[in-house]
Design a binder for this molecule. Structure first.
Ligand code: ZN
Length: 104
């Protein structure tokens, strides 16, 4: 593809210095915002922000789900430990009190 001399999508009289990575629109220096090493048009940047906001919201909700799960599951785990130790201690007490002579 040949390099084209393109004009800014927003300014007919200005030369485009780059292309927005999101909208692919040619943009001039004034319309371009350099962010994380790449060019964005205003529209592209708005789309990026929307995407980032959506992503962070999704991250928050999965974190919240994890937290809720921990809140619900940890008392159950504590109870499971209680049951386990209660059971095993009674087993050891039984073992201690077991008299071999009773077998005969
Ligand atoms: Zn422009």
């Amino acid at each position: 593809m040949a390099i084209q001399r393109r004009m800014c999508a927003n300014h007919d009289n200005r030369m485009a210095i780059g292309v927005c990575v999101i909208t692919k629109a040619p943009i001039c220096a004034e319309c371009s915002t350099r962010y994380e090493g790449v060019n964005y048009s205003k529209e592209g940047l708005a789309i990026l922000k929307k995407r980032r906001a959506k992503a962070s919201k999704a991250g928050m909700s999965s974190k919240a789900v994890g937290y809720m799960l921990a809140v619900v599951v940890s008392p159950l785990l504590v109870y499971a430990h209680f049951l386990f130790f209660e059971h095993t201690t009674s087993f050891f007490i039984d073992l201690q009190q077991f008299e071999f002579a009773n077998w005969f």
